[in-house]
Design a protein around this ligand. Structure first.
Ligand code: ADP
Ligand code: MG
Length: 362
C-alpha cells in the first residue's frame, strides 16, 4: 500500500483476552454489541469484514449543499462525507467556497439548500448536542476566541454553557485539555488574556476550547495559515496527535495540497463551489484524474516561499475564473485538455466511475 500521510501509531495496546470484537477497546466507533459478540466476517464480492458496524461508518455527511450571495453561486450542490476517525482534507484555491461550506455545516451561514447528517441522523437545527459533537477552529484564532475573555474563561465557557459537571470538574477539565494542547495550566496562565499570548499559543487555546467538550468532529479552517512556518508545523503535528489520541474525525480545510497530502486520509477537491475530485489521498496524489487536481499538485512546490511556506492561494500563470460559470465545467477556461463538450455540459462527480472525478476526459 502506498501512503502519503505522516504515520502515527494506533493508540492503546493489543490484548489477547478481550470479549467481543478484539479491536473494540481501541475502536472509536464501538457500540454496545462490540463488547459482547465476536463479529463474523461478512460482505459481498471479494471483500469480507468482521465488524458489527460493517466497517468504518460515515460520521458527517453533507448533501446537495448550495449557497448564493446575491448572484454569486458560492456553493453548487456540494456532497462530501467525513468518516469515523479519518482526516478529510478539503482543498481548493482561495474563493472556491471552503469557508462558506464549513460555516454552513456549523449553521453559521444559512445554506439555500443542504442536508446534513451526523451519525446517520438528519440535522435540522443546530442544538447544543450538535455543538457538543461538532466543533470548529478558524484561520485566525481571534475568530474563535474573544479578546475580552482570559484563558480560563475561554476554555471553560463551552463547559458552562453545556453545564458539564461541577465547577471543580470544569476547572479540572480546563487544565487537562490545556495540557493536551501542550500549554501550561497553572493559575498565572489561566489568567492571561489573548493579547498576552503568541499567535501559536492563541491558536492552541482555540483548539483547547474546541476540544473541551470532547467532540467527535473537528472542522479546522486553514488553522495554520496565519502562523509562522515553525509554529505551523507544531500546530499541525498537535492536531494530528490529538486526532489519534481522542479518536477525532477532522475536516481539514486548506488551499495547500502539500499540507493536505501530509495530514489527510482522503481528499475532496473543491473548485468554484463544486467538488471535482474525491477519494483516498494516496490514490489522488499519485494519479490525479481531474486536470484541476493535477494543476494543484504540479504547482504545490511553486507556491512555497523561501521559508517553505505556501503563501500563494491560486495557481500561478493561469487566469482564475472569478465569476460563476453558467454552463459547462468550471475549469474549462483554464484546462489545457478542454474540448467543446466541456464548455457546454457540467460533468458529474461520477463521470469516471469507479473513481470520483468530475471530468469527461480524465
Ligand atoms: P475560501 O474559503 O475557499 O477562500 P469563501 O467561502 O470564503 O472561500 O468565499 C467564497 C466566495 O464567496 C468568495 O468570492 C467570497 O467573496 C464570497 N463570500 C463569502 N462570504 C460572503 C458573504 N457573507 N457575502 C458575500 N460574499 C461572500
Ligand atoms: Mg477560507
Amino acid at each position: 500500500m502506498t501512503t502519503t500521510k505522516d504515520l502515527q501509531g494506533i493508540p492503546g495496546r493489543m490484548s489477547h483476552h478481550v470479549e467481543g470484537c478484539p479491536f473494540h477497546p481501541r475502536c472509536t466507533q464501538r457500540i454496545q454489541i462490540c463488547a459482547s459478540g465476536v463479529p463474523a466476517p461478512a460482505g459481498d464480492g471479494d471483500r469480507l469484514i468482521a465488524c458489527h458496524r460493517g466497517g468504518i461508518v460515515p460520521l458527517l455527511e453533507v448533501k446537495r449543499c448550495s449557497k448564493s450571495f446575491g448572484s454569486l453561486k458560492v456553493l453548487q450542490g456540494v456532497e462530501c462525507t467525513l468518516h469515523e476517525g479519518e482526516t478529510l482534507a478539503l482543498v481548493g484555491e482561495s474563493g472556491s467556497g471552503k469557508t462558506t461550506l464549513a460555516r454552513a455545516i456549523m449553521g453559521l451561514v444559512n445554506a439555500d439548500e443542504a442536508e446534513t447528517l451526523l451519525e446517520g441522523q438528519r440535522i435540522t437545527k443546530r442544538t447544543r448536542d450538535f455543538y457538543q459533537r461538532v466543533q470548529m477552529i478558524f484561520q485566525n484564532p481571534g475568530e474563535s476566541i474573544s479578546h475580552r475573555l482570559n484563558v480560563l474563561q475561554t476554555v471553560k465557557e463551552p463547559l458552562d454553557i453545556h453545564k458539564a459537571g461541577s465547577e471543580e470538574d470544569r476547572l479540572k477539565r480546563v487544565r487537562r485539555v490545556l495540557n493536551e494542547v501542550e500549554l501550561p495550566s497553572d493559575d498565572a496562565f489561566l489568567k492571561k488574556y489573548p493579547h498576552h499570548l503568541s499567535a501559536g499559543e492563541a491558536q492552541r487555546v482555540a483548539i483547547a476550547r474546541a476540544l473541551a467538550l470532547n467532540p467527535k468532529v473537528l472542522i479546522a479552517d486553514e488553522p495554520t495559515s496565519s502562523l509562522d512556518a515553525s509554529v505551523q508545523a507544531k500546530i499541525l503535528k498537535l492536531i494530528m496527535n490529538l486526532q489519534e489520541k481522542m479518536g477525532l474525525s477532522v475536516l481539514f480545510i486548506t488551499h495547500d495540497l502539500a499540507l493536505a497530502k501530509k495530514t489527510s486520509d482522503r481528499l475532496a477537491v473543491i473548485l468554484s463551489g463544486r467538488i471535482v475530485e474525491e477519494g483516498p489521498t494516496s490514490e489522488i496524489v499519485s494519479h490525479p484524474l481531474h486536470p484541476y487536481t493535477k494543476a494543484l499538485i504540479d504547482f504545490a512546490p511553486l507556491l512555497e516561499d523561501r521559508l517553505g511556506r505556501n503563501t500563494a492561494q491560486t495557481i500561478p500563470n493561469i487566469k482564475r475564473q472569478t465569476s460563476a460559470i453558467a454552463s459547462g465545467c468550471p475549469y474549462a477556461h483554464r484546462c489545457p485538455g478542454a474540448k467543446n463538450r466541456c464548455f457546454e455540459d457540467n460533468p458529474e462527480l461520477n463521470a469516471c466511475s469507479p473513481r470520483k472525478a468530475a471530468c469527461f476526459y480524465p
